[in-house]
Ligand binder design. Structure first.
Ligand code: WT7
Length: 679
């Protein structure tokens, strides 16, 4: 059993087979990172080779300049495929499963698509999209649950050189609208619904609401739940109808390496989400090789990533990297612990998963259910575990490694961001070492530093990193290239290095919190709460939570608070963002601690809540509010404590009552009881 502080090295057997197993690679790659990435890029299929590998015009940079590529050509054929369809015997891995879809209802049959079938579905939809007028560079919105069509849709959009912008299906109609307005998409692909914890959710209704006041002209609807939905003739099309008569071949659009590939929105310090831009060439190269080396992808692997296509992990590893490396990727529609706590373990066994990539919040949940729940599983096929999304504490790390990996699987803790496009820090499984709560070393060719405790990325950055914020160059400059100048990328994460150079991520240093791995901006929450007419001012902070890592807590100032203000605020957040961002508590206060220039001191609120020393309060313009808020929190805690005591007393009283009843009931009646029931 591995313990705290121990280092784990891969077994000799694992090492021997791994794609990379010699730590010389780190030094070599860093000597010439541009050459290093260039060499990797040569293993992909390019319609035309690039003329220059890297160009830097701070804060902008480019990779593989002049190169022509399409990611789908790289997925379906080592040679990129011919210009015409024909017999398709050029398709790579034609009969091998590319995708396994596990439905949420446990009794429902799973769906499997081979690489050949996936290609044909992708082409049919690509042709259908063309007929609807989608051209290279046009944005297409995708608002789909985890069904095979989400993968097909993304690849179809990529096939014709359009730009996908996937919106997480649990986001609210309003959140969808804001994103669609920003991208100016004319087409949206959605579904009638999906299943979650045994319930059918009507997604089409949310989509209908979300497309109001946007440029959406056509909606393609995937049939999933067969639920009753509204229909607008001329605007809405069933997915199956749209592709029915389409050809199973569509030529790939030849894309420039630096053409826009996709936009994915993420939260930052302010109220408005940012459209992170990724490009065609660099992203493909980085995605292929980070997956290949970090997950040690083999043809025979069955990979399960528990993220959602609405997040960057869903884009890069669930879909693009696994398919670029020819492995089988499993996608699961439902929640990991539904309908039973060991659903996830059942899936691993049923589909013989070899690589399991999940988030600390899931691991903490598994741990909480206890090892007994998974005692019967041997996980014999598992050979690699991965974690992503937030810092993982030692206890969860060790539990996962020992109980799920059974102490024999390498465990990669992978650090990255929506902006980096792919994993930039993680120990390599064939080299190690792995240390609880440490992500490890930067990926070869990635130049990372820690300045004043802040994690930064130095030139030449990495090929798959963002190239901009959609329609917002100021935000790009301000967020990433202003703290340390235009040549140093600021990650907004705090980090430390141990004596072996292994990096440990401390967490965000900005106003972003990670709730169950989801990236939520406190500013975005505040903007949502502020929309309520009775709210004068609000401050949202993140506080520790046993399972979710962090949860939001809202302090609200309201001069004329209606009785149900808390409830209304919760509804307001559901409407603006969705259920992922709900605060643990809404606390009504008279005022918020502020500096003399009027800046709200969220740091103080956080310290107050978790009971830390407040430090110097002399910069506050209104130190007296601190005491008042403290009393309020104290009162809340006391009330909670009181409730627990009352409940405890009730239990004791009940226990005593049962005992007394037992004593006074005579033995004969007791003996008669079973037969009484039989009658
Ligand atoms: C933020 C990025 C990248 C895919 C999912 C999240 C945190 C991510 C780790 C890790 C500690 C991590 C950082 C980062 N984060 N991975 N292994 N250890 N923290 O993408 O939603 O863009 O969030 O997630 O704080 O900045 P994202």
């Amino acid at each position: 059993m591995l313990k705290r502080g121990d280092l784990y090295y891969p077994s000799e057997e694992f090492k021997k087979r791994a794609w990379v197993n010699d730590d010389k690679i780190y030094k070599e790659a860093l000597k010439d990172p541009i050459g290093f990435w260039g060499k990797l890029a040569e293993e992909l299929f390019w319609f035309e080779k690039w003329k220059k590998t890297f160009e830097h015009d701070p804060p902008y940079f480019k990779w593989f300049i002049g190169g022509k590529i399409n990611i789908t050509s790289n997925i379906f054929s080592a040679q990129g495929g011919p210009a015409s369809g024909g017999e398709k015997d050029w398709l790579a891995r034609r009969d091998k499963p590319a995708l396994i879809w596990e439905a949420e209802p446990i009794q429902e049959k799973n769906r499997i698509l081979t690489y050949g079938e996936l290609f044909s579905e992708v082409c049919k939809l690509a042709n259908a999209l063309k007929k609807l007028g989608v051209k290279k560079g046009d944005r297409v919105g995708i608002y789909l649950p985890i069904v095979p069509e989400v993968v097909i849709s993304m690849l179809a959009v990529a096939r014709i050189g359009a730009v996908h912008s996937v919106v997480f299906s649990a986001f609210s109609p309003q959140a969808l609208k804001v994103r669609l307005q920003d991208t100016e998409a004319k087409i949206l692909i959605t579904a009638d619904g999906y299943y979650r914890r045994g319930k059918a959710i009507n997604l089409k209704q949310a989509a209908d609401e979300g497309v109001n006041d946007t440029k959406i002209e056509k909606i393609i609807v995937v049939r999933r739940t067969n639920s009753e939905i509204n229909w607008q003739n001329g605007r809405d099309f069933w997915y199956e109808e749209s592709i029915k008569n389409e050809d199973g071949f569509c030529e790939a659009e030849i894309m420039d390496a630096e053409d826009l590939f996709f936009i994915l929105y993420t939260s930052g310090s302010t109220g408005k989400p940012k459209g992170v831009e990724h490009t065609c060439g660099g992203y493909a190269v980085q995605t292929k090789f980070t997956g290949k080396w970090i997950f040690d992808f083999r043809e025979e692997d069955i990979f399960w990533c528990t993220s959602d296509p609405g997040w960057i992990t869903g884009h890069t590893y669930m879909i693009y990297s696994s398919l670029l490396n020819g492995v089988t990727t499993l996608i699961f529609e439902g929640a990991l612990d539904s309908p039973n706590p060991d659903r996830w373990a059942q899936i691993i066994e049923k589909h013989k998963i070899t690589i399991f990539y999940t988030a600390p919040t899931a691991i903490r949940m598994f741990e909480k259910y206890g090892a007994d729940v998974i005692k019967k599983y041997k996980f014999e096929n598992l050979r690699l575990l991965g974690s992503v999304g937030e810092p993982i504490d030692e206890s969860a790390w060790l539990w996962f490694f020992n109980e799920v990996g059974k102490g024999r699987c390498s465990f990669v803790d992978t650090w990255w961001q929506t902006e980096t496009g792919g994993i930039l820090i993680s120990s390599l499984p064939g080299i190690g070492p792995f240390k609880p709560a440490h992500t490890g070393l930067p990926f070869p060719g990635v130049n990372i530093d820690i300045k004043d405790g802040n994690l930064v990325i130095l030139p030449p950055f990495s090929p798959g990193m963002l190239r901009g914020i959609f329609k917002n160059p100021e935000k790009y400059l301000e967020t990433y290239w202003s703290q340390y100048g235009k040549e140093v990328y600021f990650t907004s994460d705090g980090a430390v290095r141990d004596q072996n150079g292994l990096i440990r991520i401390i967490g965000r240093v900005d106003d972003v919190i990670k709730v169950a791995g989801h990236r939520i901006s406190t500013g975005e929450l505040e903007a949502a709460i502020d929309l309520h007419p009775a709210v004068t001012e609000t401050a949202v902070i993140g506080v520790p939570d046993e399972i979710k890592g962090e949860v939001p807590l809202a302090f609200v100032v309201s001069l004329k608070a209606p009785d149900n203000l808390k409830e209304e605020i919760i509804n307001q957040i559901k409407k603006e963002i969705g259920p992922v961002a709900l605060p643990k508590e809404v606390i009504l206060v008279e005022d918020l601690p502020k500096t003399r220039s009027g800046k709200i001191m969220r740091r103080i609120l956080r310290k107050l809540f978790i009971g830390e020393d407040l430090g110097d309060l002399s910069t506050l313009a209104n130190p007296e509010v601190v005491e008042k808020i403290k009393e309020k929190i104290q009162k809340m805690e006391n009330q909670k404590g009181f409730l627990i005591i009352i409940l405890d007393i009730l239990f004791v009283v009940l226990g005593i009552a049962i005992l007394i009843m037992g004593l006074f009931t005579n033995q004969e009646t007791l003996a008669q009881l079973p037969s009484l029931f039989k009658k």
